[in-house]
Design a protein around this ligand. Sequence first.
Ligand code: NAD
Ligand code: UFG
Length: 335
Amino acid sequence: MKILVTGGLGYIGSHVTTLLLEKSVDVISVDNLENSRIEVLDGIKEITGKQPIFKQLDIRDENALKNLFKDHTDIDGVIHFAAYKAVGESVKQPLRYYHNNIVGLLNLLNSIAKIGIPLIFSSSCTVYGQADKLPIKESASILPAASPYGYSKQVGEQFVKDTCKAHKNFNAILLRYFNPIGAHPSVKIGEQPQGVPQNLVPFLTQTAIGKHPVLKIFGSDYDTPDGTCIRDYIHVMDLAEAHINSLEYLISSKNTSKCETFNVGTGKGVSVLEVIQTFEKVSGKKVPYQFTEPRDGDTVAAFADVEMIEQKIGWKAKYTLEEALKNAWDWEKNH
Ligand code: NAD
Ligand code: UFG
């Protein structure tokens, strides 16, 4: 089997790639390296003893993408990660986010829909906006997105659904991730964003190691037990496994409709302060933090109802928050 992974050297894409290679699946990985590094290929090779076919390519370049499919006519499926992902940044740079997340997806759909290559699309729990009922079920209403990033995922989901309707051989799965954290347990790959991290855990580990003087907690007065936002933090290896199971489900035609949607989370809500306390416990490091204003675009609380993916795909998160934070910390120290 041969799978195309877009954004394949990024955080989630690189972890999924290791699992695919370990299952003897051939991987074509494309990435423009805007938020990743070519050295990730070395980490993948050290873990698996294999390498994907890698092409540095920007998926906004429609011709480059078309040529890729001309050169590789035997692709059995696509896992699409290539996009921008920072909620707060998207509020400041909406057009940059819309351009990348939407044009890239349209180009990809144009290349695969007619020939019926199945797709796994990286969506996000941000599509729910601030859900009024927790845990969030897939059937929850899609409320106005709290950020341009969230809106780009709502629109992206709709594009994929409409394309499935229009092309009888084209099927897809939308995976709505909650908050991926941690690193491969070998700590040969992990989360290594370019520039200052926007996400909580990489900023936290970088603060603990001394790269930043203090971690800012965005908001102290939310309507939650300790006043900080609540998220569902899922180990990136669990998330990666969910892709493998979803791909097997889709490729072996076990899907019950042309486009199915699944939450991927642990089902547990954890506050920002609880993340910091758990990190301090597993690392033995004190993390300096200060409360600041809430961040634009943030929702108060989000955690997943995971019954659907468990029942239909047979996937369930295995790692604990402690393990995920320990791997994140070991990765920070080692790379
Ligand atoms: P990441 O930034 O680490 O990986 C994305 C990769 O795509 C990067 O390597 C980047 O260089 C590449 N890329 C971006 N635009 C590209 C383009 N136009 N052409 C080619 N390559 C391009 O992000 P990630 O955390 O691995 O996220 C992967 C996907 O999952 C994204 O679609 C993101 O929106 C989604 N997602 C992420 C999270 C999260 O918290 N990490 C949560 C929910 C959904
Ligand atoms: N936070 C801080 N300080 C920081 C960074 C984050 O207090 O320096 C807080 C945020 O306010 C939020 C929580 O930590 O309450 C988590 O924030 P992240 O930026 O780590 O994650 P988000 O929930 O904002 O978004 C992430 C990804 C999105 C994805 C979403 C799914 O960036 O791509 O998870 O829930 F869609």
